[in-house]
Design a protein around this ligand. Structure first.
Ligand code: UDP
Length: 335
C-alpha cells in the first residue's frame, strides 16, 4: 500500500511512517517543518520506499499529486501543544481548519480514505469520565485562547463527517489522548518531555497548578498500532474513535514517577497557571477515554505501562544529549 502522511516529520507522523515502512509499505510524507523536524525522519531516509516533500499542504498542486498517488491519507499536520495555542492562536486556527479543508477537498476528488487526527481536547471541561465519543463537548469562552484549539479541531471533525455524509468521501476521525514517547519535544509545553528533560538536567520539575489534574498517557507505538488497525477496518469509516490509554495519573504523581525512574535529585516545584500560561488560564481537570469503541472496532487497546514509557523517553533524551556533546563521532558511526 502507498500512504500519504501530512505532518509526517512530526512526533506521531514519524513513528507512523516508521511502522509502515518497516512492514513493507510505501510512504509519501509531507511536512513544512513548522513543528516537525528532519531529525525525526533522518533514520528513515535509507528506505527507498520513503519519499518526503518538505512543503506545506497549502501547496495544493503538490498535495493533489500526492493524494493521487496514495491509497490512504493520514492527515496529521496541525498546530499542537497548549503553549503554542496560547501564544499563536491565529496560526492554530488557520492551520487546523484550512489544512483539513484542503486535504478533504483533494481526497474527495478521488474518494481516497482520509484518517484525520483530532484531539481529546475537544471534550473540554466535560467532567463525566470516561469520555465516550458521543459525549457533549464543553468548551470555555472564546476570550480564552486555549479553547481555540478544541474549537478548531471540532470544526475539523464536523467538516470530515460532513464530507462523509454529503459527498460519500470516506473518513475516519480519531481523538488522540496525550500521546507520548521518544521524539516528542518539550518546546510546545507538553508535560512528559518537559518533566523528563528537567529531571535529567537536575532542574526543578515544574508542576502547573496544584498537580491534582490528571491525564492518561498513551505510548506512541500503541497509538500507531491503533491508527493502522482503524484504517484497515471498514466499519471505522464515518466514525469518531478515541485513541489513548485509560490508566489515569495526576500530574503530581507523574512528577514523582519521573523523578524516581530517572534517579533525579530535581526538586518538584509548583507554578500557578497564570504564570505558566496566561492570566485566567483554564485547565482540564480529568481526561480519560472510553476505549470501548476502539476495542470493538480493532480488537486492540493500548497497554504499555507508564514506567516503561518514562524509561523510553528518558533513554531518548540521554541519546540526544550524547549526540549534542559528541556530534562528529555519532555522525560517522551512525549515518
Ligand atoms: N503541565 C505541567 N508542567 C509542565 C507542562 C504541563 O504541570 O511543564 C501540565 C498541564 O498544565 C496539564 C498537563 O500537565 O495539566 C498536561 O499538559 P500537556 O500540555 O502535556 O497536555 P494537555 O493535556 O494539556 O493537552
Amino acid at each position: 500500500m502507498r500512504f500519504l502522511i501530512t505532518g509526517g516529520a512530526g512526533f506521531i507522523g514519524s513513528h507512523l511512517a516508521e511502522s509502515l515502512l518497516k512492514r513493507g509499505d510505501e510512504v509519501l510524507l509531507m511536512d513544512d517543518l513548522s513543528t516537525g523536524s528532519m531529525e525525526n525522519i533522518r533514520h528513515l531516509k535509507s528506505f527507498d520506499r520513503m519519499h518526503y516533500f518538505l512543503d506545506s499542504i497549502e501547496n495544493r498542486q503538490l498535495l493533489a499529486e500526492l493524494v493521487d498517488e496514495a491509497d490512504v491519507i493520514f492527515h496529521l499536520a496541525a498546530a499542537v501543544g497548549v503553549r503554542l495555542i496560547v501564544e499563536s492562536p491565529v496560526r492554530t486556527i488557520e492551520t487546523n481548519v484550512n489544512g483539513t479543508q484542503l486535504v478533504l477537498d483533494a481526497a474527495c476528488k478521488k474518494r481516497k480514505l482520509v484518517f484525520t487526527a483530532s484531539t481529546s481536547e475537544v471534550y473540554g471541561k466535560n467532567t463525566n469520565v470516561p469520555f465516550r465519543e458521543d459525549a457533549d463537548l464543553v468548551l470555555g469562552p472564546t476570550t480564552k485562547s486555549r479553547w481555540s484549539y478544541a474549537a478548531s479541531k471540532a470544526l475539523d471533525e464536523f467538516l470530515a463527517l460532513s464530507y462523509w455524509k454529503e459527498k460519500k468521501q470516506p473518513v475516519i476521525v480519531a481523538r488522540l489522548f496525550n500521546t507520548v514517547g521518544p521524539r516528542q519535544t518539550g518546546r510546545y509545553g507538553m508535560v512528559m518531555p518537559n518533566f523528563v528533560g528537567q529531571a535529567l538536567e537536575g532542574a526543578p520539575i515544574t508542576v502547573y497548578g496544584t498537580g491534582q489534574q490528571s491525564r492518561c498517557f498513551c505510548d506512541v507505538r500503541d497509538a500507531v498500532e491503533a491508527i493502522s488497525r482503524l484504517v484497515a477496518t471498514d466499519r471505522a469509516v464515518g466514525q469518531v474513535v478515541n485513541i489513548g490509554s485509560d490508566h489515569e495519573i495526576t500530574i503530581e504523581e507523574l512528577a514523582r514517577l519521573v523523578k524516581e525512574r530517572t534517579g533525579s535529585s530535581s526538586p518538584i516545584t509548583y507554578i500557578p497557571y497564570d504564570q505558566a500560561y496566561e492570566p485566567g488560564f483554564e485547565d482540564m481537570q480529568r481526561r480519560v477515554p472510553s476505549l470501548e469503541k476502539l476495542e470493538d472496532l480493532t480488537g486492540f487497546r493500548p497497554n504499555t505501562s507508564l514506567p516503561e514509557i518514562v524509561d523510553r523517553v528518558a533513554a531518548y533524551f540521554g541519546k540526544k544529549r550524547e549526540m549534542v556533546s559528541a556530534p562528529r563521532q555519532v555522525a560517522s558511526a551512525g549515518d
